[in-house]
Design a protein around this ligand. Structure first.
Ligand code: SAM
Ligand code: SF4
Length: 338
């Protein structure tokens, strides 16, 4: 299918160009991180998922109206069957100059097998999520994960030529004391790191978010005792604020979704594996692109995309405190992919 279009580049009602599409290609995962999922998660019926071909059509229609960057996420994107087909097809568009970048956010469990293929397909960067470098704690936080396998995956990715960024969620009484060592470790490996505040998304069973919540401002203050952190002007269009760590020379991002400091530059929307488009990570409003595509074809899809962007809200409404430990949005992060 062609990526040309008769509709103009997408600009939302607040003047923000929409250039970045995040696609959650599956809600399933081979881990059960305690802040992300309940252990006995009920996943979507497979029949509800967009096929990989349909996901590609939606990506291409977004590219036709200005999307320059696509990130695949999930759930665990690399466990979706035949996901390499989609990555190869979108990677080819990077080669043709129709897309600046195709990337993935992964828990790293499949990287040892897939890193070379990802690079060959045109991917150059991957985000890998690790919250601790202690194998026992890693098992505890992911419930099902194996740290050594993930570290092997990181080695494989670096050997393949993929640039890595590490994502870590800041968790009270879990990794507060360790984040400094992780910053140093990233420095030794020559990779950037982002520290994420826990967001109130989806029911996570018996775990309590108030117990998990560690303000990133506190993390930063602690790290500043050990490292020299200099604010950078660099912005990714997303919620991260970056500093340079003088001692390692690497960038360190802080994602504080509970503040509104990033909404004004938000350039992204999120597609779920069932074809729902969420215009904001922290709001429930969505558009059913699956129905538009299946009932009205590509023209219907184009119209639904334009209509949805016209509803992109100015910002989110996240709050976590003692009175608000219930999820601010009912869907899990694994549905919209973070
Ligand atoms: N499975 C992949 C992974 O873990 O990287 C991709 C999907 S995961 C939902 C994307 C990112 O969201 C991960 O870095 C994960 O740690 C983070 N995440 C999940 N639930 C979260 C929550 N409730 N608050 C903040 N970050 C969360
Ligand atoms: Fe899976 Fe990623 Fe959620 Fe962990 S954070 S359960 S790896 S989707």
């Amino acid at each position: 299918m062609t990526t040309t279009s008769t509709i103009s580049p997408l600009i939302d009602p607040y003047g923000r160009p929409i250039e970045y599409l995040r696609v959650s290609v599956t809600d399933r995962c081979d881990f059960r991180c305690v802040y992300c999922m309940a252990e006995n998660m009920t996943f979507l019926p497979k029949a509800d998922l967009l096929t990989l071909e349909e996901l590609e059509v939606v990506c291409r229609r977004f590219m036709a109206v200005g999307t320059r960057k696509i990130r695949l996420t999930g759930g665990e994107p690399l466990v979706r069957r035949n996901i390499m087909h989609l990555i190869e097809n979108l990677g080819a568009e990077v080669g043709r100059g129709n897309l600046d970048e195709i990337t993935v956010t992964t828990n790293g469990s499949q990287l040892h097998k897939m890193a070379d293929d990802l690079y060959r397909a045109g991917m150059r960067r991957v985000n890998v999520s690790i919250d601790t470098l202690d194998a026992d704690k890693f098992k505890h936080i992911t419930r099902w994960g194996d740290l050594n396998k993930v570290l092997d995956g990181i080695d494989a990715a670096r050997s393949a030529g993929l640039e890595i960024k590490l994502n870590a969620v800041a968790l009270k009484d879990f990794n507060d004391e360790e984040l400094g060592d992780m910053v140093a470790w990233c420095g030794e490996m020559g990779v950037d790191m982002t520290i994420i505040e826990v967001m109130p998304m989806g029911d996570i069973g018996s775990e309590n978010r108030v117990d998990q919540y560690l303000p990133v401002s506190l993390v930063r203050a602690n790290l500043a005792k050990r490292f020299t952190l200099t604010d950078l002007d660099y912005r990714s269009g997303g919620p991260a604020r970056y500093v340079e760590v003088k001692e390692t020379g690497r960038k360190l991002g802080f994602i504080t979704p509970l503040s509104h400091n990033f909404c004004e530059s938000c350039n992204r929307v999120r597609l779920t594996c069932t074809g729902m488009l969420y215009m904001c990570l922290g709001q429930d409003d969505s558009a059913d692109l699956s129905a538009a595509l299946r009932q009205h074809g590509v023209d219907g899809l184009d119209a639904a995309i334009v209509e949805a962007i016209g509803r992109k809200p100015k910002g989110h409404d996240f709050i976590i405190d003692r009175r608000h430990s219930a999820p601010a949005v009912s869907r899990h992060m694994s549905v919209t992919g973070g």
